[in-house]
Design a protein around this ligand. Sequence first.
Ligand SMILES: [Zn+2]
Length: 109
Amino acid sequence: MHELAITEGVVDAVTKRLPGARITCVRLEIGALSGVVADSLRFCFDLVTEGTNLEGAALEISQLPGKCHCRVCGQDFEPASPIALCSCGSAEVTVLTGQDLKITSVQVA
Ligand SMILES: [Zn+2]
């Protein structure tokens, strides 16, 4: 599962930066085009944090809209789904933003 590897990466990053600290909340930003499903991430988070200093921490996820540029008609648009398709019918698009996942902040008890 894609989300499991991502969650492990997030938890690893936090435990390496803050070893021994008790974490109560992790905030993430997920781009709409990252292909990451927030609900799956939440599910994996509970599993992965078990037995770590993040156990029981809340996971807050904000989703950022994606932005694409159509190489056919030249317009910039916000795709409604992870599959970027321009309103002109073209799939020849360059993704400008929305593919990232990042930790925005971590709350320490
Ligand atoms: Zn277009």
